[in-house]
Ligand binder design. Structure first.
Ligand SMILES: [Cu+2]
Length: 73
């Protein structure tokens, strides 16, 4: 049985170094259904792969905000 995962990109403000990168990636990866998270510091974005049925987009965004960063798009 194959599970189809989806990709989502958020614009995130406030990530400036590898510590920020790790904080955001770990916060997102801790959520239900997330299969991958990768921050691109230069582009102020995070790319997330997740299985629908787990955490919602809103919950993903909230996890980033709770880690101390601002989701702008
Ligand atoms: Cu940092």
């Amino acid at each position: 049985m194959s599970r189809k995962s989806e990709t989502l990109v958020f614009k995130v403000e406030g990530m400036s170094c590898n510590h920020c990168k790790a904080s955001v990636e770990n916060a997102v990866r801790a959520l239900d259904g997330v299969t991958g998270a990768r921050v691109f510091l230069e582009e102020n974005k995070v790319e997330i792969t997740y299985n629908p049925g787990g955490a919602s987009k809103e919950e993903l965004a909230k996890a980033i905000q709770n880690a101390g960063y601002r989701v702008t798009g």
